[in-house]
Design a protein around this ligand. Structure first.
Ligand SMILES: Nc1ncnc2c1ncn2[C@@H]1O[C@H](COP(=O)(O)OP(=O)(O)OP(=O)(O)O)[C@@H](O)[C@H]1O
Ligand SMILES: NC(=O)CC[C@H](N)C(=O)O
Length: 537
């Protein structure tokens, strides 16, 4: 992961050497530094002060900020455009594209595929641009005091009075600041012809249509496999790993991350080892050993299962148990609270602290994982309908049908309209996709990146999502399936069928448990029994 820090202050070039005045900029440097590790640089161009830290994952190392006679670029993320060859750095690619497009930033950003945040200063036009990708997978925030003073940063300041002036950049928006007219503006991905449309979940429910499920699953396999391949074939860290593994998977043992592991198993060459990072907390209120938490038990079981299937091919899964004692949790708590701001609920903390420790890869038996790239199964529930609240849309009608079939009296006399319920499901999935950036991604990015590591999300691949969501190739009924004859409800049907197709039947029926409950990071403190997830920290 890389770190971005940018400060425009009108007239500051007259005195640009005087950093002592800019305490806010200086206070952010250590936080941004943690996101890099391979290179860092402070500099200034005109009235702009810049600091970049680079975690170099694509060789050759491109030093940031990248400065030519016209543009100044800061980039955090990974690009997967097919035109990027193996020996080309993706920041270099972005730079070439910008020149090819004669400085048209919208067109350039609109044609990028991948997960990223950026700042681009066009010295010729005196405009600087900033923003993040269509899903909002990276964190980036800004403050603008309307007095010709703009900060842009990967992380919020820790100073409480300063940080309230910052806000997170929204997903899929290109922000721009025109230095001459002093106007801050923005263009959304949905409104500009040069920027791609963001995902629109189709309401394709139609009783009359029968789908060829086998064909859909074969194609889903192909698309998800490509999404994984893009993310594991582009790992060329500057500093080679000290372990045997080139990358790791954040592993709960649940269906989403196990499918990703299975696809890695299919794609990787002989003699590949993949670290599976699993976190488990010693929760004083739960009284369980590390190996007894639900996620740990599932991880042990399904890591063994994966090895049974893929060892024959020479691919080995190496479970890294990250055990978190209560005192370690207490020591890290304030740091995590500071990092995740403006996310500030008990639930945010319990999820973020689990990702924080999982990413560390620290293992009490000395088998630490140092992999720089971590794959995550996040996004599958939002895209494929995996939450209880998705299921709840159909529980009324499901109970009616089940009771009728069992010959029991039906107390609920509501007349349900199945078309309306499907519409509700569509709307709920749309909301989930639209708010993933602010609920999860911007928070998790900050606690993962602070270890000089980078998370990649195969389920959020653009091509996969365009196919299964905007083009509606996975019908709603194969996301959350409601069987009108039996009343049975199946969440993420397409993924369960994919697991069977890949001969990973052991995971096809696995129930979902959110990370904070599976790893026991929720309600850690004595006396916190009544605390609600939505309570403010
Ligand atoms: N205990 C854990 N240790 C390490 N990583 C985890 C753990 N729990 C979840 N993750 C990672 O976070 C991702 C999202 O977790 P979340 O709880 O939202 O989803 P999930 O439905 O439980 O996913 P899955 O089916 O993969 O378990 C998982 O796919 C996995 O990559
Ligand atoms: N970690 C990053 O954001 C890296 C930027 C770029 N992909 C590189 O590898 O150089």
């Amino acid at each position: 992961m890389c770190g971005i820090l940018f400060h425009y202050s009108e007239g500051s070039s007259i005195n640009y050497d005087d950093y002592s005045e800019d305490t806010l900029f200086k206070s952010l440097i250590p936080i941004i530094r943690e996101r890099g590790g391979d290179y860092e640089r402070s500099t200034h161009v005109d009235d702009i002060k810049l600091y970049s830290s680079v975690l170099s994952l694509r060789q050759p190392l491109v030093k940031q900020p990248l400065i030519d006679e016209r543009f100044v670029i800061q980039f955090n993320g990974e690009l997967y455009n097919d035109e990027i060859s193996e020996n080309m750095n993706d920041v270099e690619f972005l730079h070439h594209l910008l020149i090819k497009n004669e400085g048209n930033v919208h067109k350039t950003i609109g044609s990028l595929k991948g997960e990223f945040a950026f700042t681009i200063y066009d010295t010729l036009e005196s405009i600087f641009y900033f923003g993040k990708d269509a899903f909002g997978r990276k964190s980036l925030c800004f403050s603008d005091d309307e007095m010709g003073d703009v900060y842009i940063s990967s992380c919020f300041p820790t100073n409480k009075s300063k940080r309230t002036k910052f806000k997170e950049c929204e997903k899929g928006i290109v922000y721009y600041y025109d230095i001459v007219s002093r106007v801050l503006g923005w263009d959304s991905f949905n409104e500009s012809d040069d920027l791609p449309n963001f995902l629109n979940v189709l309401n394709d429910y139609n009783r009359e249509i029968t789908y060829n499920q086998d064909e859909i699953i074969t194609e889903l396999h192909e698309k998800l496999s490509k999404a994984v391949k893009r993310r594991i074939s582009t790992i060329f860290p500057l500093e080679k790993d000290k372990t045997d593994s080139k990358f790791a998977v954040l592993f709960s043992g649940g269906i989403d991350c196990t499918l990703i592991c299975g696809l890695c198993g299919e794609l990787c060459e002989q003699n590949t080892t993949i670290d599976l990072l699993n976190v488990s907390f010693s929760n004083p209120r739960a009284n369980l050993s590390y190996d007894e938490t639900p996620d740990r038990m599932l991880a042990i079981k399904n890591c063994n299962e994966l090895n049974q299937v893929y060892n024959k091919k020479g691919v080995y899964f190496n479970l890294i148990k990250v055990n978190v004692p209560y005192d370690e949790y207490l020591k890290a708590k304030q740091r995590v609270i500071d990092l995740i701001y403006p996310n500030d609920t008990e639930m945010d903390l319990s999820i973020a602290i689990a990702f924080y420790f999982a990413t560390s890869g620290k293992n009490s038996e000395g088998k630490d994982s140092n992999c720089k790239v971590l794959l995550s199964g996040l996004g599958a529930d939002e895209i494929f309908g995996g939450y209880t609240r998705h299921e709840r849309i159909f529980t009324g009608i499901s109970n009616q049908i089940r009771r009728k079939l069992q010959g029991k009296p039906v107390k609920d006399e509501t007349i349900y309209d199945i078309n309306e319920l499907q519409k509700e499901l569509r709307d709920e999935l749309q909301v989930d996709i639209d708010r993933l950036w602010e609920r999860n991604l911007m928070r998790d990015d900050k606690v993962i990146s602070c270890w000089n590591k980078e998370a990649r999300y195969p389920f959020l691949d653009e091509e996969l999502n365009e196919w299964c969501t905007s083009m509606g190739k996975i019908p709603l009924t194969m996301k959350l399936n409601f069987n009108e004859e039996t009343g049975e409800i199946t969440r993420k049907l397409a993924l369960r069928e994919l697991a069977k197709y890949m001969k990973l039947d052991f995971v096809s029926q696995e129930a979902k448990r959110a990370i904070q409950f599976g790893s026991k990071s929720a309600k850690m403190d004595v006396g916190s029994g009544k605390v609600k997830g939505t309570d403010k920290l």
